[in-house]
Design a protein around this ligand. Sequence first.
Ligand code: AHM
Ligand code: MG
Length: 339
Amino acid sequence: MSLAADFGRTLTQHVLENQEHHPDARGQLSALLTQIGVAGKLISAQVRRAGLIEVWGATGETNVQGERVQKLDQIANDTFVEVLKRSGCVAAMASEEEESFIAVPADLAGDYVVVFDPLDGSSNIDVGVSIGTIFAIYRKRPDEAVSLNTILRRGRDLVAGGYIVYGSSTVLVYSSGQTVDCFTLDPSSGEFFLTRSDVRIPEKTSLLSTNECNSPYWPRWTSKLIDTIKSRNDGPVREVSARHIGSLVVDFHRNLVKGGLYLYPVNRRTGRGKLRLLYECNPLAFIAEVAGGRASNGEIPILDMVPTELHQRCGIIVGPKADVELAEKMVRDFPESDS
Ligand code: AHM
Ligand code: MG
């Protein structure tokens, strides 16, 4: 990974220069990625005003410009939907905030299908803690009439994926399969500039991210894995530390850069996971794999899961390859049937 190696290169330049290396390159994917950058800037501007929006919302639903106040996750959703619709590049989309998928009217429809979580980390919105948008892009199958099956695709079919973190700075990360690259928004010029290129996830786990208060609901293997990782601190130097923000996309981004393992296993009592396969797990699994890491539901790679419902949830372990493989081994070694 090189830090700021090409500082000065904008997102648009980078997307256009990369298009010739992409098997799917026809210009529309580049236009779409650029428009996602535009949506990110619009949402970022609203996120920076979040506390004010909340105050205006609480005092009569009208802000100082006389506009109706909406919740931030609604604003983010509407912004993403509108920008994608008008891009001319999208045939269908699905959002974590929408009950059903959206088919784009024929006169505006393009070649791609986009799935997204417009604002991940809902519990952190009102308290000024970092949140983000997650997205993933498929190419629509030729001549396919848009239906639920247009959206229910394996992550392995993705042509691009990424996210935007609204943190101490606004960072857009994307990959179209070759490299993972990060762009930071310069608020004064309104441009995303390349700040990290060809990010590779460190091979060693130095951070552990999980909601440990869920341990009573964890499957057996989870505590065994965490004990094993913590036992690496038996030597004189601390090898692993805990970091958990509670916004998946932000936890993921920090782990990608610094080398962290994120876990949100299924609840052993309900048999259900919390995180959504299409909008959260697949895009991050795609980025993790391109960056040399791994993402698994404990049995198979996340990207190989075949979705059967739009809002399907699953368990996830994502991070450095060796420790995700260790988790998969623990899933095999400590089956629930033995408990
Ligand atoms: P959201 O999409 O409604 O924000 O829910 C997903 C979020 C993740 O960002 C986060 O990691 C997780 O839920 C936290 O859940 P919990 O409070 O159960 O630990
Ligand atoms: Mg989410």
